[in-house]
Design a binder for this molecule. Structure first.
Ligand SMILES: [Zn+2]
Ligand SMILES: [Zn+2]
Length: 390
């Protein structure tokens, strides 16, 4: 393991920062204390600091003499989960939790900014991008729309996520799609409420729900090319209040994942046909609202090679998986990758097969990964921007 000496010195402080942030989680666009914490730290390292992008986003700038510039991005938001980790630094904000490790991401990028500022060796400019609202609300998209890349011109942008399903001390990334597009849908069906014992007098929307949930599963099984990937999951069924009443209305909600836009189009089109068809079959009305949230996360070739080289410089090439199986989880770093070339990498943080995964109420970021992730950022910035010896 090749940990930058400036990072190694910072490990006790980084752990304290991480536990402070973990205890004070804030959700999408409400990361006010987190943002203030980041601003205060970046200023204390002597960086130029710009706040207020996408409400709570922050960009720290470490300027070098040459024109070259790259962006390194961390997300800062927490989730609406009741924490059950049992750790001493557990959430003090009831119902909110850093269950995706964005506390760790924020601290690794702060650690790298501090280490690079201390070294004063970068020839080009590093932009440290602290993004709000990665979960569900697309803070990454808002930052891009608000002119992130016009205000801070850069050649490429890099992202990283902790991955408890891969062992500590490893990295994984690949060129091309690494994570899926994230769409959501809502189906509202209106039948006719009735006494449940006199069902023939009504139109039962529960029946529509049962048939539709099954029929939607035929899209991936029977309409999609077997080598194209897609997932259709119905995750909510809302309807009915008591034992003996057929309700008037049922609402189904869920999510669709895919790598290709054509597959999203196909799934949406088939969903519309199925919903209309089942509604017609049972003589009721149904609407489908289909919303595209995040595109697929697609890494560019050259930047992926750079990311792999930086990861290998820290953990050794044997510990960098350059052909991991992509996942269908969504990531709003995808919006930055649509605007700029770049690479998103997974940082292994697993302590064995029982390590709670991200989004679990038992999850806690693995602090042993802080120095590894921060050293990766340092290696990547130095490799991309060049260094001068003092
Ligand atoms: Zn997450
Ligand atoms: Zn996350």
């Amino acid at each position: 393991m090749n940990i930058a000496p400036e990072v190694l010195e910072l490990v006790p402080e980084m752990k304290a920062w991480r536990r402070h942030l973990h205890a004070h989680p804030e959700t999408a666009f409400d990361e006010k204390q987190t943002s203030a914490f980041v601003v205060e730290k970046l200023r204390s390292f002597g960086l130029e600091v710009h706040g207020g992008l996408a409400k709570t986003g922050v960009v720290g700038v470490l300027r070098g003499g040459r024109d070259a510039a790259v962006g390194l991005r961390a997300d800062m938001d927490a989730l609406q989960i009741l924490e059950r980790s049992g750790v001493p630094h557990a959430s003090l904000h009831q119902g909110k939790m850093h269950a995706c490790g964005h506390d760790g991401h924020t601290v690794m990028l702060l650690g790298a900014a501090a280490a690079l500022a201390r070294r004063r060796s970068l020839c080009g400019t590093a932009y440290f991008i602290f993004q709000p609202a990665e979960e569900n609300e697309g803070g990454g998209r808002v930052m891009v729309e608000e002119g992130l890349f016009e205000r801070f011109p850069m050649r490429a942008v890099y992202g990283m996520h902790n991955w408890p399903r891969k062992p500590l001390g490893t990295f994984a990334t690949r060129a091309g799609p690494l994570m899926g597009a994230y769409d959501v849908f809502e189906i509202v069906v209106t039948g006719k409420g009735a006494h449940a014992a006199m069902a023939y007098t009504g139109k039962d929307p529960m029946l529509f729900a049962a048939h539709t949930i099954s029929a939607l599963q035929t899209i991936v099984a029977r309409n999609l090319h077997p080598l194209d990937a897609g997932v259709v999951s119905v995750t909510q069924v809302h309807g009915g209040d008591t034992w003996n009443v057929i309700p008037q209305e049922v609402v189904l909600r869920g999510t669709v994942r895919a790598y290709k836009r054509e597959v999203q189009d196909l799934i949406e089109e088939r969903m519309r046909s199925i919903v209309a068809g089942v509604a017609a079959t049972f003589d009721m009305t149904a609407t489908l609202r289909y919303e595209r949230r995040y595109p697929a996360t697609v890494n560019s070739e050259a930047e992926t090679r750079h990311a792999i080289a930086a990861a290998a410089a820290v953990v050794g090439s044997d510990n960098v998986d350059t052909d991991p199986t992509p996942e269908m989880t969504g990531e709003d770093f995808a919006f930055m990758l649509q605007a700029k070339p770049g690479c998103y990498a997974w940082l292994g943080t697993g302590r064995g097969p029982d390590t709670p995964n991200v989004h679990s109420p038992q999850y806690d970021f693995n602090d042993d990964a802080l120095a590894i992730g921060a050293s990766y950022w340092v290696a990547l910035a130095e490799q991309q921007l060049g260094t001068q010896t003092a």
